[in-house]
Design a protein around this ligand. Sequence first.
Ligand SMILES: Nc1nc2c(c(=O)[nH]1)N[C@@H](CN(C=O)c1ccc(C(=O)N[C@@H](CCC(=O)O)C(=O)O)cc1)CN2
Length: 283
Amino acid sequence: MTKTYTLVVSCPDRPGIVRGVSGAIFDAGGNILDSRQFDDRETGRFFQRVVFECPGAPAGLTEAMERLAGEFAMDWKLIPGERKTRVLILVSKFDHCLGYLLYKTRMGELPMDIVGIACNHPREALAVSDIGGIPFHHLPITKDTKPAQEARIKALVDETGAELVILARYMQILSDDLASFLSGRCINIHHSFLPSFKGAKPYHQAHARGVKMIGATAHYVTADLDEGPIIHQATEAVSHEDRPDDLVRKGREIESRVLGRAVGWHITHRVFLNGAKTIVFAN
Ligand SMILES: Nc1nc2c(c(=O)[nH]1)N[C@@H](CN(C=O)c1ccc(C(=O)N[C@@H](CCC(=O)O)C(=O)O)cc1)CN2
């Protein structure tokens, strides 16, 4: 039976990388369906994402990639097309982004398994979302209980085998330790067009500043608040007639859409970390 695979590679740039990778896929019986690449002249690093189909398992590809990895100092990963990413979602009071992710997952538009939802408020706080049979974890937090609460989050990640943690308007600052534990596998939605208006109340800051555009930013989480590598952003025009609540209302749609696209690109292996930035082979 024909199967599809995604191969992602990154390595110091030099001639012969694309020939090596495409040759290995050809020798394994693969037919390339899509290939995207980028050569970062600033860092001298090369990035490639290849989707190919193969009549069954790509025989010998792993061994060939290991040889290429030795020759080119290459980081690489081969992912079966039907594989779904295991995801843990963290949320606080506002559940519009959670609701959007649940809907997109149920519609089959996000290939992921939501293995749990954790919230620092009781279940009843999630006003609109129907979480169905997804396990819900109420993890209250205070200044004094933060270390224990975060230890519970780490345990949940390990117990559920979560490969990605999504902060879907989770309004608690992760400690350096937890941010480090989740490095490269935790995506946050910030409700402003970063780097403007960092912090907990960006819409009020935006209103006070009198901006004519608002936006949202999906980024990987680092210890430095709202400073992580950006995956996706979008904006919408607003006017003097918009009060803070209007900005919050208009922002809900932007936040949901931006987070949904960023998560979709991450779980389909279209996002590469490149220092403090990202490379995104968007679709
Ligand atoms: N280590 C990080 N943790 C978190 C990040 C991040 O980038 N790095 N993003 C936030 C989300 N966020 C903005 O997008 C944000 C959340 C919360 C706050 C904040 O000041 N929270 C207060 C408590 C507020 C409350 O209880 O309602 C606090 O934690 O003291 C600012 C920005 C998620 N975590």
